[in-house]
Each structure stands twice: as structure tokens, then as C-alpha cells.
Write a protein that binds this ligand. Sequence first.
Ligand code: GTP
Ligand code: MG
Length: 229
Amino acid sequence: MAAERLSTGIPSVDRLLKGGLETDCLTEIYGEGGSGKTLFCLEIAVRVARSGRWVVYIDTEGVSVDRLRAIAADDLDAVLDHLLLSTPKSLAEQGRAVAAVGALVRDRKRPVGLIVVDSGTYYYRLSLSGPDEDDARQALSVAVADLVSLALEEEVPVLFTNQVWRSIREGTLEPLGGSFLNHAAKTILRFDRLAGNRRRVVLLKHRSLPEGAAEFRITSTGLEGDGPG
Ligand code: GTP
Ligand code: MG
């Protein structure tokens, strides 16, 4: 049976993903700063909240209400009413937030249509090369595994953003989080910065679709992409 899809609201990206995000798995987005990861999460969060379902948003970056307002426009109050924002201040708090989200979704008192973790690797990154690196890797893996089970069991899509490191030898930008995250994410998207407000989405991994790419533009009211996907 074909998996359900959640439209991103961006035609070029929906074409690339044959309808949108799969609803029973974790989608990882990685890309350099300013590549549009957060705006993409906000764009989809606004769509889901507008539809009357709840969005759980685990935010480690200090999400911009101005950007949310620009995307939600006249629906800002209704969108905020359906947004459950969690702002962990450490990797341990992030893990507890994920566990709390699991309880909330499984409880089913509120229909949750999307879980966002942005950035999923901010606190993890802080511990790299330090004495707590192994503990941090373990904590990240546990949180990601919890999210994967939750998505699968409750059919709630998870958007998990990831930061990058530059491989000097290869000259490429590589995702953090290691091979565990790479396996746990059933869809992996890389966002690239192009000239000006243009961004490219590269589909690197998917359970049922070939690799491919699409483009969108960042505008003052959100993301637009109607060109050839
Ligand atoms: P990090 O969290 O730093 O890793 O970046 P990100 O990938 O989450 O980027 P984000 O989604 O925050 O996108 C920010 C980008 O959007 C920046 O390059 C901004 O210049 C651009 N941007 C924000 N608002 C506007 C706008 O109104 N118009 C245009 N053209 N660009 C905008
Ligand atoms: Mg961001």
C-alpha cells in the first residue's frame, strides 16, 4: 500500500516527493546555515495548523515569530492556537521533550499532524570532541529512535533538521549525526543555497522514489516553487 503523503505546499517539492512527506517516518533535512531548513519547517507547520491539526515544534534555535507571522498572515492566531512549542536548553532536555511528545501523541486527545525538531543536532554538535561525545551520541540515537517509532506507530510525520560539517578532504558538506541518523531517516533531503533567494532541494534517500532535485525561492511571505521539479 502506498504511504500517505503530507503536502509541503510547495508544488516543485511536492512533485519531487510525489505528493509530499511520507506520514509514517522521519524525514531528515540537512544543509548549511541559511539554506531554508527552518523556513521549510515553518511553512509546513503553518499548513498543518491551518488544517486544524496540532503541530509539535521542538525548537533549539529560537524560532522567529516574525517569520511565522509572515507565512501565517491573517491566520496567525489560529496557527499559534495549534502550535505546541517546546524549547529545550540541553540535549537531555531535548530527549525529555521527545519523550513528552510521544506521550502526548499516543494519548490522542489532540490530533497531531506534524512533529518538527529544529535543529535536531544543535546540542549534539556542542558536545562533539568533548568528554561527553559518546553520551551525546547515545542520547541523540535514543531520541531519534523514539521519533521513528512514534511516526510509524501513530502515522505522524517527523521533520528533523540537521546541521553540516565541511569535509576538507572531499570539499563537501556532510550531515552530522553519523550513520544511525542516516539509517533512521527514511527520507533525506539536502538543501543547497543557490544565487539570491533560490534554494535547491536534493532528494538523496527515499523508500520508493529515485534521487532527484527541485528548487524553491524564499520570499517575504514564504517559500515558492513552481518551476520544473
Ligand atoms: P540555520 O538554522 O542557520 O542552519 O539555517 P536554515 O537552513 O534554517 O535557514 P532559514 O530557514 O532560517 O533561512 C534563512 C534564509 O532565508 C536566509 O538566507 C535569509 O536571508 C533568507 N530570508 C529570510 N527572510 C527572507 C525574506 O523575506 N526574503 C528573502 N528573499 N530571503 C529571506
Ligand atoms: Mg534553522
